[in-house]
Design a binder for this molecule. Sequence first.
Ligand SMILES: NC(=O)C1=CN([C@@H]2O[C@H](COP(=O)(O)OP(=O)(O)OC[C@H]3O[C@@H](n4cnc5c(N)ncnc54)[C@H](O)[C@@H]3O)[C@@H](O)[C@H]2O)C=CC1
Length: 372
Amino acid sequence: MSINPRLVKESFALIEPVADKAAAYFYGRLFAENPHLRGMFPPALDVQRDRLFGALTRVVWSLDSPGSMTSFLSQMGRDHRKYGVTAEHYTAIGTALLATIRRFAIEIWNDEIEAAWVSAYTAAANIMIESAEADAGVSPAWWLAEVVEHRRPHDDIAVITLRPTQPLPYTAGQYVNVQVSRWPRVWRTFSIANAPRADHSIRLHVRSVPGGWVSGTLIRDTRVGDTLMLGPPMGTMAAPEDNPRDLLFVAGGTGLAPLKAIIEQVIASGHRPGIHLLYGARTSAELYDLPDLIRMESSFPWLQVLPVVSDEPAYDGRRGRLPEVTQRLRSWAEHEVYVCGPAAMVDETVSRLQADGVPLSRIHRDVVHSER
Ligand SMILES: NC(=O)C1=CN([C@@H]2O[C@H](COP(=O)(O)OP(=O)(O)OC[C@H]3O[C@@H](n4cnc5c(N)ncnc54)[C@H](O)[C@@H]3O)[C@@H](O)[C@H]2O)C=CC1
C-alpha cells in the first residue's frame, strides 16, 4: 500500500474550513462506537479538538517530507503513553477518523481517496505505536514532580520550580505537558525555562488565561510540596550548535521561558556570541523576570537585555509594539533569531524580519497549542 499525499491533501483541504464541526463529529462518533474510551479524555474537549486538528494538519501537510513527519509522529506516540493509549486504540480512532473525513469530503469521495487515507493512517499509526513501544523500554510514560519553589511576581504570573522524582532528560527550548491533581486528564503545555541542571529541577513560567483550569490552579492554588504530573519533553526549538553568528531573541510575555533556557544553554556552552534579548510586556509590572535577566546580563557581558513596554504611556524606558521595536532597532540580517510569545506577535515579528532579509532558515519558533 503506497501513500498518495495528493489525494489525502485534496480531501483534507475540504475539512480544514470546517475543522470545528469535523472534530465534534469525530469525537461524537468515537465515543458512540467506543463508550469506554470517553474516560480517557478530559471532561471538556475544546483544547483537545484544537490539538487533534493541529496534529492532523501537521501530519497531512508533511506527508511529502517523511523525515519530519516521522519525527513528529514518533514524538506524539511517546507523548500519548501518558494518556494510557495502547495499540488497540488506534483501530477505533482510525475508524472514526475515516468516517469523519468521508462525511466532510463527501462530494469528492471515492475508493481511491479512501485507500489513500487508509494507507496514510496505517503508516502514521504504526510509527506512533512503534515509537511508544520503544520508549516503554527506556522511559516512564509520565513523571511525578514536586513543587520546590512558587513565586508570584505578578497577580497573573507564577514562576514555579519543580523537582521530578526521576530524572527527566530534555534539551533547552523544549516544553512539557502538565497535569494538576485538581483536573485529572487535563494536560496543558508549558515551556521549560532553564537549561538542564545537575539537580534535575525545572522551572515553568505560567501566565493565567481567562477560564484556564490548569494555569489558574498553578498560579493561585499550588503550594510548595504539591505534586504535579509531567509528560515527556517535546518540541524541536534548540540552542544553535557551534554557531558563530550573533543571536537575537524576541520574547513576548511568558514566551520568554524557552528563550531563557536557550540563552542559559548558550552561556553554558562557553561560546561568546553577541546576544540581544528583546523582552516585551504590556506593562512594566508584567516584566516579571527582569531582575533575573539583569543578573544574567551582569555576569555575561555579551548579553544585552532590552525591555519593551507596549501599553503604559508613562513608562520611561523603551516603549512600543514588540515587532516594530525589533525592526526599528537595527538590521538583524546576519543574526540567528528566536521568537516566542503570543501567536500574532510571533507572526508579525517573523514577517518583518523576513522582509528585512533574515532567511526563514535562521528564524526559530515552535508551535505550541495550549492554554498558557
Ligand atoms: N508560558 C510558557 O511557557 C510559554 C508561553 N508562550 C506563549 O506566550 C504568550 C505569552 O502571553 P502573555 O504573557 O499573555 O503576553 P502578553 O499578551 O502580555 O504580550 C507580551 C508581549 O507581546 C506583545 N503582543 C501581544 N499581542 C500582540 C500582537 N497581537 N501583536 C504584536 N505584539 C503583541 C505585547 O505588546 C507584549 O510586548 C502566550 O500566547 C503563550 O501561549 C509560548 C511559549 C512558552
